[in-house]
Ligand binder design. Sequence first.
Ligand code: AMP
Length: 281
Amino acid sequence: MEIFRTRAEVHNYLNELRSPGRTVGFVPTMGALHQGHLSLIEAAKNKTSIVVCSIFVNPTQFNDKSDLENYPRPIEDDIRKLREVSCDVLFLPEVDEMYRSSDNWHIELDGLDIILEGEIRPGHYQGVTQIVKKLFDIVNPDYAFFGQKDFQQFMIISLMVKKLQMSVKLVRCPIVREKDGLAMSSRNVYLSEADRQNALALYKALTRAKTGFKDKSIAQVREEALDFLAASPGIEPEYFEIFNAETFQPAASKQEGTIIALVAARVGSIRIIDNMILTTK
Ligand code: AMP
């Protein structure tokens, strides 16, 4: 695996390798890699010829300074894991390689960036789109792979790609879960043993919503899920919403096509998000 730390090096390297029929697949991450990230690398390996992973803990998407400072950075382990899955290229820039001047630009995201996660983490999606735009410009991938785990992020990056008429095609990959259902996340390492057990309430709320969805109204499913979370030990629910997965607006009717439930909660001092498609077709 080639490792590059500057924009110019990775850009030039990929430009030389690229040829008709030789596609570049890209997996942007913030590191502390787990099986969820590695499943994206696998998906990229299956679809494209050259697989590029980036690891960059992007400061502009953190609105909580201590969350940024405490974000896990086990870089040696990450490099070993990427080698094990035969990733071809790792882009590993420092902050001043990605942000040299003041980056005050803003992408108009039609309000998708100020609801759900965006409401709780103001500015988060402006930071996400800023870094993903920069990374896309550097890597110039044919395909980029993202997890459904961050469903709102996927919708927002799709909107950015459409608005800026970027040529990259986005691939959404399924959520990888622990055996008991907890969605894998780099932040899970900070859960105490008790919180790790309590955190299962999010997955349970989602599976209950999916089971109940056939017979109950949208409002009823949502209310029962919030009640379930509020009654779960160690959980402080932030939201449980039922959205149209295509428009990313609250679902008004069960006949709208694909419908998704999205949940966020605090478990001890850690925020956890998860989601599940409720419609079966
Ligand atoms: P992050 O390092 O948290 O920025 O995540 C990098 C990419 O991995 C994003 O596209 C995430 O949606 C994806 N990802 C994170 N956790 C999972 C998971 N449990 N299953 C699938 N993809 C995931």
